[in-house]
Ligand binder design. Structure first.
Ligand code: SF4
Length: 1013
């Protein structure tokens, strides 16, 4: 990618825009799409109702104005509760064998919002999209509501009765299959089970796991260890296909993103920033932050790792296993570059690889980090508790083979969904049919539940007691925020029932485990742990000291023979928003645009423009059409047909597929969405393999938002290299970018107005009023994860609209993240730009509203008065940033009164925010409810109306793992936001139209290797 930016640099969102397609220009000029009238056809209406039923439900369109409900106050106010004041409780969210520390906002006794726990090492107050969306997961009316036996509804006491009798025979051959877990209580219960049933076997199944990474340390150091990368300690990071900033790519992504952003946080020309090299097949959000990105197909990436080891063996001790090694990639220019960078940054660099790559890749990387002296500084390795040989995919595969041969009479599956996710060659469902008694604990009546005799509905983590260990080992507690909505049970309660035949009590089970944890007064420490969400007397896993295993060379050398395939390779990855499919019924996640493709509600076959052309497909999508061609992908194990999507920057002869779609049983949101790609995944080819690919001639509709709200052809993104910044700190000023001053500034200076160009309009805010709110967004640290969008959606009761409505450009998100490409389509640079309402001083929306429904507050916010809005949409037409959202269909009305379970859906709403109705305009309010809460608190405590800096955090700001968003009082010169506004990199979009936005941006920086520029 280019690093010398000029005033002519063009940024583009799609290949059609790059090609300056005529249709595109016509489309981009229109604010509102055609069909902006009614949901008249039955297909649209049906699919919309289906989505809304489960995510933010809706059952009809009878009414078209304000919802009318009665509310009741407490008849007796509880002593410790003030109506309308939320309370926060600590808990942790389990994800595979880790937990993340969270704080849950409780409104009138129900969880309503998720935040990160600032004390917890896994979150430090930040969150991922999975954390934010978990609240909707809990209120999902499609969750299973009761146990079933052979499909018939039964009660948990029926199950307990059955368990008491069935498991009284302790000689049973039982197979336990569980999700990965770090819970000490689960481990204790597991030990109880295993000692009671001497013929039992316990295996773990996770389709996307850390097995290869852990096995890599076993090959290199002779120990199965967890690798922790400390990105704030590294000056050079080399990522081989490791999407470490995405929650689908890494279990510690929130902390990794926070640390990486710290290492790139530049406040002045004196500051330095780390340098990231990314080698990957498809564009990831981590790759989009790279200073140098190389696109290779997956087999080439592996060869590249070994070639780098062969090169570094010439200069480093401890790499004799690679002495004299070379392969087809050894002559690649990047090898010398990487070698020079790594040798110059010994002990402060990181080499990392994606979990999908084979153990030999991870072993090589462990050896390289060790030889470079990185282990012990920027990289640490740690022994994991609860590790045994049954924790990996190989043990699972053996157990399935045993099941097929009739080795088990009972199987108990805890949470995992292997019928859907197990490798195709294992034919799991077939093996399952050879077991007499099959019990499945799960959130939904999913594919595995349907193949089992017993289904037990699982409690959500916000409904149950539990515990776990953070990625770095901090012992943490999971405390319920609400009684189980559907009387579900947790895995530890189910295990207790299997051992005792009685219903378990999660609270007692967890307390029993923690009796052994505390050394002092139990009750005091227990209370403290509940309060903080973690055991503050404990620490993380101690770092292990390692050296290269004596058998390393003999083990690794036979593994280095890698073949780079000639044909097209498919690479199967977890979906960035749905992961392995476990979040498929979550409407917020389905509708969150993919950070790179901006596709919602579907998975596609991602390929480069050249690969598309070689398959006879168009390089760019036909404009004003959502239809894209379908391809058939065939391997010796199966075939699928899936929409093809041309992704700039994708490796040639490589196709990326995301798993987790193609569901038919779990709920109204997930069912019928996308294509199941698991049939192409086998035990030997779990990550990539060659495949035959051909066009089918069919077309398929995709809802993609990449060309929505297009403000094309204008300088939205400003950027420079670190060196260019040092040479010209004002590189992002209007004058530097355009070569002339902002039009009208001279006249303004002549008039003595220093605020900006002369204007026909008066500024609307009260100039003497304090505080004056403003926001700054740092494009240098934003990596486009979309957490801000989901956090805003959760905070502000923003509805899900469904695929059809997204296609019609009616998505309701108050903050979108625009993704721009720059450069040529084969290897472009990528820039992310979150765009909320700019709260302009001279707001064009305010000038045109005929009923003054959008006005300025005295503290400088552009506000919407919903009651007054008559829906002319003049304001949206006049908004240069296209941040206003029109409520076409009363998206949120019916969930309050009708649907399957209106009370459940109502509970998900933030009571501090109005539910909007059909016919009104809505948009970012700077979380005015949070601002007002802080003002009231400050007034009560100090008598002042100015909350201290940092007291008010907007939902997007609080959630952002990169700390890219800053909000505060612009009249306080010391506030962080004021400091950002004074930074040379600060700029506003479309300065020339003189609307004076309150939201500004800090320009993007890259830190390319001077040798390569
Ligand atoms: S600003 Fe939004 S998209 Fe950017 S890093 Fe923060 S949360 Fe992610």
């Amino acid at each position: 990618m280019s690093d010398q930016k000029t005033n002519d640099t063009t940024y583009w969102k799609s290949l059609s825009e790059l090609a300056k397609n005529k249709e595109y220009e016509k489309y981009a000029e229109r604010e509102f799409p055609e069909d902006a009238s009614e949901l008249t056809d039955q297909v649209s209406r049906r699919s919309f109702l289906r989505v809304m039923g489960a995510s933010i439900a809706l059952a009809g369109f009878a009414s078209c104005r304000k919802p009318y409900q009665k509310i009741l106050p407490f008849s007796k106010q509880p002593e410790d509760r003030v109506l309308g004041v939320p309370y926060f409780y600590a808990t942790s969210m389990p994800f595979q064998d880790t937990v993340a520390g969270l704080l849950i906002e409780n409104s009138e006794g129900r969880p309503s919002k998720v935040e990160g726990n600032e004390m917890h090492p896994s979150s430090r107050g930040k969150t991922s999209i999975y954390h934010q969306a978990s609240i909707l997961g809990m209120y999902d009316p499609d969750r299973s509501r009761h146990p079933r036996r052979n499909g018939e509804q039964v009660s948990y006491s029926d199950f307990a009765q059955f368990a008491a009798s069935h498991f009284s025979d302790t000689d049973r051959n039982i197979l336990f299959i569980s999700e990965a877990s770090s819970s000490p209580s689960r481990q204790r219960l597991k030990e109880n089970v295993m000692s009671r049933f001497s013929n039992a076997q316990w295996v773990t199944h996770e389709p996307f796991n850390d097995d290869n990474r852990i096995e890599g340390t076993n090959i290199a150091f002779g120990q199965r260890l967890r690798t922790v990368n400390h990105f704030d300690e590294a000056d050079i990071v080399v990522s081989f296909d490791d999407d470490f900033m995405s929650p689908s790519g890494h279990k510690n992504s929130v902390e990794a993103a926070r640390q990486f952003s710290m290492a790139r946080n530049v406040k002045s020309v004196e500051d330095s920033m780390s340098r990231l090299y990314s080698i990957e097949n498809s564009y990831s959000i981590t790759g989009s932050m790279a200073d140098h990105r190389l696109r290779l197909k997956s087999s080439e990436i592996e060869a590249m790792v070994y070639a780098l080891a062969g090169r570094l063996a010439q200069d480093l001790n401890g790499l004799s296993a690679f002495s004299g090694y070379s392969n087809d990639m050894s002559g690649h220019d990047m090898i010398e570059t990487l070698a020079a960078e790594l040798l110059a940054n010994r002990s402060n660099s990181i080499i990392t690889a994606g979990t999908g790559h084979n153990p030999a890749v991870h072993a090589t990387i462990s050896a390289l980090n060790n030889a470079l002296g990185n282990i012990g500084s920027a990289v640490t390795v740690h022994e994991l508790p609860f590790q045994d040989n049954a924790n990996n995919s190989a043990a699972f595969a053996e157990a399935v083979a045993d099941a097929r041969s009739g080795a088990f009479d009972t199987v108990v599956i805890l949470g995992s969904n292997p019928v859907f996710t197990a490798a195709a060659d294992l034919q799991f469902e077939d093996a399952l049919s050879n077991i007499d008694t099959k019990i499945h604990l799960s959130d939904y009546v999913d594919e595995t539940s349907q193949a089992c005799d017993w289904h037990v509905n699982r409690a959500h983590f916000m409904e149950s007691w539990g515990d776990g260990l953070a990625y770095t080992g901090q012992r943490s507690i999971i405390q319920p925020q609400i009684a189980p909505l559907f009387d579900g049970v947790s895995d530890i309660e189910l295990l207790h029932t299997i051992v005792t035949g009685e219903a378990g009590n999660g609270y007692d089970l967890v307390r029993e485990t923690w009796q052994d944890v505390f050394s002092g007064d139990f009750e005091t420490q227990w209370e403290q742990t509940l309060h903080e969400g973690m055991d503050i007397t404990g620490s993380g896993f101690p770092a292990a000291s390692v050296s290269i295993d004596s058998g390393f060379a003999s083990q690794i050398q036979p593994m280095l023979e890698t073949g780079v395939s000639d044909g097209i390779e498919i690479t199967i990855k977890p979906d960035p928003t749905l992961f392995d499919g476990r979040y498929a019924n979550n409407g917020w996640l389905q509708e969150l645009p993919d950070p790179m493709t901006k596709i919602t509600w579907d998975n596609v076959a991602l390929m480069s423009p050249s690969t598309a052309e070689s398959l006879g497909l168009p390089r760019e999508r036909a404009f004003n059409s959502s239809d894209v061609p379908v391809v058939r992908i065939e391997t010796s194990d199966g075939a699928i047909e899936i929409a093809a999507w041309v992704q700039p920057g994708h490796a040639d002869n490589s196709i990326t597929l995301y798993a987790g779609y193609g569901r038919n049983t779990i709920g109204r949101v997930a069912d019928g969405v996308g294509v199941d790609v698991y049939p192409l995944r086998t035990t030997d080819n779990s990550y990539y393999r060659t495949a035959d690919v051909s066009a089918t001639g069919q077309m398929y509709e995709i809802a993609c938002v990449q060309d929505h709200n297009s403000i094309e052809g204008r300088d939205m993104v400003r950027e420079a290299t670190l060196d260019q910044y040092r040479e010209n700190p004002n590189f992002s000023s209007y004058e530097s970018v355009h070569g002339y001053e902002v039009p009208g500034i001279e006249e303004a200076e002549h008039e003595g107005d220093s605020k900006g160009p002369i204007s026909l309009f008066d500024e609307q805010y009260g100039p003497d009023y304090q505080p004056q709110w403003g926001m700054a967004i740092d494009l240098n640290t934003c990596f486009g994860c979309g957490v801000c969008t989901i956090a805003c959606q959760a905070e502000n009761n923003i509805p899900v609209v469904g695929k059809r409505e997204v296609s019609r450009r009616r998505i309701m998100h108050w903050i979108r993240t625009d993704r721009y490409y720059e450069g040529d389509e084969d290897n472009p640079g990528v820039y992310h730009q979150p765009v909320p309402c700019m709260h302009c001083e001279l707001a064009p929306c305010e000038q045109v509203c005929p009923v003054a429904a959008t006005v300025h507050s005295e503290d400088g916010m552009n506000q919407m008065t919903y009651n007054r809005c008559i829906g002319t949409r003049y304001c949206a037409n006049n908004c240069p940033f296209k941040v206003r959202r029109f409520n076409f269909f009363h998206y949120s009305q019916e969930y309050l009164t009708t649907g399957d379970d209106p009370e459940i859906i109502q509970m998900a709403m933030n009571p501090e925010v109005t539910i909007r109705f059909r016919g009104v305009m809505e948009k970012c309010s700077y979380c005015v409810q949070r601002v007002n809460r802080a003002k009231i608190e400050t007034r009560k405590e100090t008598g002042s109306r100015k909350p201290a800096d940092g007291t008010v955090k907007t939902a997007c700001q609080q959630a952002c793992p990169a700390d890219a968003i800053t909000f505060g009082d612009l009249t306080d010169r010391e506030s962080v936001v004021s400091q950002h506004k004074m930074n040379e990199r600060n700029y506003v979009m479309l300065e020339e139209i003189n609307v004076r936005p309150r939201t500004s941006y800090l320009a993007k920086l890259r830190n390319p290797n001077p040798e390569l520029t």
